[in-house]
Design a protein around this ligand. Sequence first.
Ligand SMILES: Cc1ncc(COP(=O)(O)O)c(C=O)c1O
Length: 395
Amino acid sequence: MVEDKWLDSIPNPCYVMEEKLLRRNLSLIRSIMDRTEVEFILAFKAFALWKTFPVFREYIGHTTASSLYEARLAFEEFGSRAHVYSPAYQEGEFDEILKCASHVTFNSFSQYNRFIETVSNYNKVSDEKISCGIRINPEHSEIETELYNPCAPGSRFGVLQSQMPDVLPEGIDGLHCHCHCENDSYALEATLKVIDEKFGKWLTKVNWLNLGGGHLVTRADYDVEHLISILKAFKQKYPNLRIILEPGSAFAWQTGPLVAKVVDIVENYGIQTAILNVSFTCHMPDCLEMPYQPAVRCAETLDADACKQPDAVARHIYRLGGNSCLSGDYMGSWQFDHELQIGEKIIFEDMIHYTTVKTNMFNGIHHPSIAFLRENGDILVLRNYKYEDYRDRMC
Ligand SMILES: Cc1ncc(COP(=O)(O)O)c(C=O)c1O
C-alpha cells in the first residue's frame, strides 16, 4: 500500500501503480499458466500503461487488442504480436492490423467473408502467419449488469450456435468466446459446460479456444485450485486445443490508488460535500457507469443517503464531489473520523484497471499524473499532463 511518506513526494492528483502489488498478481497468473499450460494474455482495454510493460514481460508473452491502436501498442511497446478481436474491422485499418497481429478473430461470418482473402494473401508472403478465429456467442451469461453482458438477447457479439455452418469455412483455426465480467471459476465451469454442449462439434476441428476475459483470478476469494482443475479437465477432453484466457482486470486488480485532495467544502440543506481536485465523471468514470462506490482510505463507506441524516455533519459524513460542471459528478456517503480540511489528501483505492484507460478531459479539467512506485521505494512519475494535452485533443 502506498504509504503516507511517499504521498508528499508525488504530484497531486496522481494514479499510483505499485510494482509490488503488480508482481503479486503477475506471479499468481504465471503459476496458473505453468500448472495448466493455458496461456494468459493481457487485455489492453483494462490496462495499457505501457511504461510498465517490461515488468509484465517477465511473466507473460502476449496481449490482446481490440483496435488498430491497441494492436500497434502490442507490437511496438509490448514487443509481440497481438491477438486481435474487434466487433467490426474496417478496410482502411485492416492491413495495418495484420502487421501487428498473430491472431485475428472475426465477430461475424460477414466480416470473415470480407477479410479472409486479405489474411490469406498476407500469409502467402509473410513469415509470421496469422491464425484466424470466429467469435461464438453461447447465449449463456454469468453477468447481471446489462451494460457488461455480451450474451444478452439481441447482442451484437459473436455467432450463435444456430448460425454456425456445419463445417467451418477454410482458414478458421480457432474459436473465441467472452461472456464473463469479474467472475469466479464456478461461472467459468458453467460456461465451459454450455460451450461444450453447444459448440463441441466445432471444438474438435480447431486448434485454439480463447475464453475471453472477466476471470478475476487475483481477487482474494477466487478459487484458483478449482480453476486449475476445470482447465485441466477441459484440456483433457480437447487435447487438440490451445486454451487462452485474456483477462484485463485480473492483472491490474488492486494495484494502486488515485490520490487526490480536498479543494473546498460546501453545505446545502445539511448535506456536506467535499469538492476534490478530481472528478468521478472524468477520472473514475466506472463509478458512475457501473455504478459502484469506491473505497476511500481511512473512511467508512456508508449508504448513499447517510449524508442526509440530521447528525451527518457532526458525524463527519460527507459526499465527495468532482470538480466538473456535471451535476451528478459526486458520490456518497463516506464517514471520516475527523472534520475534513481543505488541502487534505483523499485516497481512492483500486483505481488502476479500466480507470486509467477510460479517463477523459471533459471541462478541460487537469488530468491526474501517473506514477509507478518501484519495489525499492523509488517513485517514477511516468506522466504529467499539461494544458497542451487538452488543447491538442481539441484539434
Ligand atoms: C473480448 C474481451 N476480452 C477481454 C476482456 C477483458 O475483460 P476483464 O478486464 O473483465 O478481464 C473484455 C472486456 O470487456 C472483452 O470484451
